[in-house]
Design a protein around this ligand. Structure first.
Ligand SMILES: [Zn+2]
Length: 177
């Protein structure tokens, strides 16, 4: 998956959903400040909670009958704001691709971003990261920012609200370096 088109091909034909995802992708550094991932999550009906989680677990998607979508995202409050931002996007990836949204009362899922081994499905983890990367950097978003900031990794990290290392990885992945 390398573009919003690739992502949309996996999603229901929902104009509101696509609009929200496209708007996020179009305006990463609006007004000199990275766009809120919480706003994106909430526009998809996902509440976001900062909670205590095991040290190695960045976040997880849990069922939540009180949210509009039936799901909520929990992020590890101990992690850095940059890590938490990426985690929210990763969990949105799980929500879009892996959650059975027809059954919001299903058992709480553990679709987490974690460096622990208790993860069962590595390909789902990889897909969720891909969604996060495409939302942030896809459809020319990274290429345009690299050009604007002349490849300055520090400025790019601030612009997208991610770590400098994530920028370096994304520049290789999207062939912008
Ligand atoms: Zn995950």
């Amino acid at each position: 998956m390398r573009s919003l088109r690739d992502l949309f091909a996996k999603l229901p034909a929902d104009g509101v959903l696509r609009h929200a995802l496209r708007q996020f992708n179009l305006a990463p550094g609006r007004l000199g400040k990275a766009v809120s991932v919480r706003e994106l999550a909430e526009s998809l009906g996902l509440d976001v909670y900062q909670v205590e989680l095991p040290k190695g677990m960045a976040g997880r998607l849990v069922s939540d009958p009180f949210s509009d979508s039936g799901y909520a995202i929990e992020v590890n409050r101990q992690h850095s704001v940059l890590s938490r931002r990426y985690t929210v996007l990763h969990e949105i990836g799980h929500f879009l691709l892996h959650a059975d949204v027809t059954d919001p009362l299903a058992d709480a899922m553990l679709l987490s971003r974690s460096d622990d081994e208790f993860y069962f499905n590595q390909s789902q983890e990889w897909e969720a990261n891909n969604v996060a990367d495409v939302l942030l950097f896809g459809d020319g978003a990274l290429a345009a920012a690299v050009s604007l900031h002349r490849g300055d990794v520090k400025k790019l990290a601030k612009y997208f609200g991610v770590t400098e290392n994530m920028i370096r990885v994304a520049m290789r992945k999207f062939e912008c370096s």
